[in-house]
Ligand binder design. Structure first.
Ligand SMILES: [Zn+2]
Length: 279
């Protein structure tokens, strides 16, 4: 394993490290920490980096665990230097702001790969899933031990979107995290194993559930929300899925519950839960 350090601007904590393990196969980059507070995905990638020499893979692997060091140290989604969301400004600009220069350096490294896997966090109460740009589910060749694959065109400025535009394959894995850098260890271990098996090209028995883009449902009034967290643990769900209790009424969805607000008094307009329809 070889370690390289890249400085964007050494006046601030704006550097990142990449770890490389040479192989003869496809060149794969696994990146995390584009959003600085998504610690579960950073933890997964750090663990992969630590075990990189033990992973039995033909792929040419690069690991970039903390893409946005300033945001990581600040435990925030966005950069403390200018407040930009790094995942909205790719491919960046070599003559731009600190974050745009960071985006540009990362983008140039990412473009050298055949596949880029970008690890993120879906929030505190959510199920892990893959965000993949596909038209028909029959076209999907991806095999990974993560059940739910959500259709996504991505957004302008996201690393995934801009890479695909430029002919590099890319998808996102969303892993539950939490406030202040909370790491959800069980989810982390599952995603670590899924990625390790993927890199080692192990057979997978996972039967994927393909979903349309996620829909967010907002509270129509102020009130007490008590979620039914169990609904996030069921793999294949269709029919009456209980989301939780809001102002003493039960909320039910026909579709797959993807994320929920934690137990709280929720204000009008806040996101109560997210669901996706099975394709
Ligand atoms: Zn993110």
């Amino acid at each position: 394993m070889e370690e390289k350090k890249f400085f964007v601007d050494d006046l601030y904590h704006n550097y990142f490290k990449v770890y490389e393990k040479k192989g003869r196969g496809k060149k794969i980059l696994i990146i995390s920490g584009i959003h600085g507070d998504e610690y579960t995905s950073i933890y997964v990638n750090e663990k992969l980096k630590d075990d990189l020499d033990k992973i039995n893979s033909d792929f040419n692997i690069t690991i970039l665990p903390i893409a946005n060091m300033g945001a990581f140290l600040y435990r925030s989604r966005c950069s403390p230097y200018g407040g930009e969301d790094l995942n909205r400004i790719f491919p960046g600009d070599p003559n731009g702001s600190l974050s745009e220069r960071l985006a540009n350096q990362i983008f140039n490294i990412a473009m050298e790969n055949d596949l880029v896997i970008d690890l993120h966090s879906c929030g505190f109460l959510c199920r892990p899933y893959i965000l993949l740009n596909f038209k028909e589910k029959g076209d999907v060749k991806l095999k990974m031990d993560i059940v739910h694959i959500v259709k996504s065109k991505g957004r302008k400025g996201q690393l995934m979107t801009e890479l695909i535009k430029n002919g590099v394959e890319s998808f996102i894995i969303e892993v539950p995290s939490g406030f202040g850098g909370y790491i959800q260890i069980d989810h982390a271990n599952n995603i670590y194993n899924a990625l390790k098996n993927f890199l080692e090209e192990k057979e997978t028995k996972t039967r994927h559930v393909y979903l349309d883009p996620i829909v967010k449902v907002r509270a129509e009034e102020f009130g007490l929300f008590l979620p039914n967290e169990e609904a996030l643990k069921v793999n294949y769900t269709k029919g009456n899925n209980i989301i939780g209790i809001f102002n003493k009424s039960m909320i039910i969805t026909e579709d797959v519950p993807m994320a929920m607000h934690f137990p709280s008094y929720v204000f009008k307009g806040e996101i109560l839960y997210e669901y996706a329809k099975i394709i």
